[in-house]
Write a protein that binds this ligand. Structure first.
Ligand code: PLP
Length: 375
């Protein structure tokens, strides 16, 4: 009988097997002894493979219901590897409001290696279809997007891709594998910044790629090993530990987010809420609105006063931690955009993005309420 994900994330070992420990030990060694000279299967050199990365990668594949999982040394490294499976001259269609680091990557390094990336508004399926050229090899999706949580129709984009023989890639960081399962919707490559919800404790920098196709798997494996992009042993061990509580963290964070959503709707000091929890399209491809919610305060000149009054959410960047993190896109993640680009995307002085942690929801609400009431 197949176990549920909740169970499979916990089990590191079976009685009588290999190591006899509840937790997988940390194999902090750069080389492994060869049982016999021609044993091709055994771990040998840490960059190529090691027990901690192997265990973690099995869990990453299990989480996304995929065949092959890869642990990379950052989300950016995972995204770089996914895009470097293509060749110079190839063209990839990107979302116009892609993650800042991915945007940076596309216009600098990948450009130098002659991978052509075009950004289009993917909520408009005609623009996506129209952007396909004879060189197009893939469509890259990020849904919901950052910071205004815009939703892209994964199944419709997969349809366009299949018609044109293209590969689809989804950055699934915001929804986690528990909230959205792109491979089951026909997507070929799923990437994650495991630094966020998968890690969940604001400590590890890591990335993941999960695929089913053997050819893509071989290409990713080559990139991971030859370019040295694999996640370090200690971080593999830590991430494996953190995955054991992913399900319970995600449950608490999403329940808290539902309560915060209701609170934001009821508060006069909030003028806009960006959250896909009631979005039909989103809920047709995801099980929940997730644990990231953005909002705009009414008096946009009071952004600093608002954060000064808060006691619980950390005012910082990043997301997905057990602690709630409030970020101000205009002065952090989206600082590099021009004022006009920011206006286009609704990134104004009063816009905040809240990554909801696992604190008590009532404490979070009363803290945010008193801050809003005082401005
Ligand atoms: C953080 C993030 C990344 C980059 O991941 P790192 O782990 O910081 O390299 C990519 N995509 C999304 C959606 C992210 O939030």
């Amino acid at each position: 009988m197949k176990n549920s994900i909740d169970t499979d994330m916990i089990i590191d070992n079976k009685r009588g097997k290999e190591y006899d420990t509840a937790n997988q030990p940390l194999y902090y060694s750069t080389a492994f002894l060869r049982p016999s000279l021609d044993d091709e299967e055994a771990h040998l050199y840490v960059r190529n493979s090691n027990p901690n990365r192997e265990k973690l990668e099995e869990k990453l594949a299990r989480l996304e219901n995929g065949k092959y999982g890869f642990a990379f040394n950052s989300g950016m490294s995972a995204i770089t590897a996914a895009l470097m499976t293509f060749s110079p001259g190839d063209h990839v269609i990107m979302p116009s409001d892609m993650y800042g680091g991915t945007y940076e990557l596309s216009k600098t390094i990948l450009k130098r290696y002659q991978l052509n990336l075009t950004a289009v508004d993917q909520s408009n399926l005609y623009s996506v279809a129209n952007a396909v050229t004879k060189d197009t090899k893939a469509i890259y999706i990020e849904t919901p997007s950052n910071p205004t949580l815009k939703v892209t129709d994964i199944k419709k984009i997969v349809e366009i891709a299949k018609k044109n023989n293209l590969i689809t890639i989804v950055d699934n960081t915001f929804m986690t594998p528990l909230g959205q399962s792109p491979l089951s919707l026909g997507v070929d490559i799923v990437v994650h910044s495991a630094t966020k919800f998968l890690g969940g404790h604001s400590d590890v920098l890591a990335g993941a790629v999960i695929v089913n196709d053997e050819e893509i798997k071989n290409s990713l494996q080559e990139l991971q090993v030859v370019m040295g992009m694999g996640l370090g042993t200690y971080d593999c061990w830590t991430l494996n530990q953190h995955l054991k509580t992913l399900s319970i963290r995600w449950k608490q964070s999403t329940e808290n987010t539902d309560k915060l959503y209701e609170f934001f709707k009821s508060h006069e000091g909030i003028t806009n809420i960006y959250y896909p929890g009631e979005d039909k399209l989103h809920l047709s491809q995801a099980s929940h609105g997730g644990a990231v919610i953005s909002f705009r305060i009414k008096d946009e000149s009071k952004a600093q006063v608002f954060v000064d009054k808060l006691n619980i959410p950390l005012v910082s960047v990043s997301l997905g931690g057990v602690e709630s993190i409030l970020s101000h896109p205009k002065t952090s993640s989206h600082k590099a955009l021009t004022e006009e680009e920011r206006q286009d995307r609704g990134i104004t002085d009063g816009l905040f993005r809240l990554s909801v942690g696992i604190e008590d929801a009532d404490d979070l609400i009363s803290d945010i309420r008193q801050a809003l009431d005082s401005i």
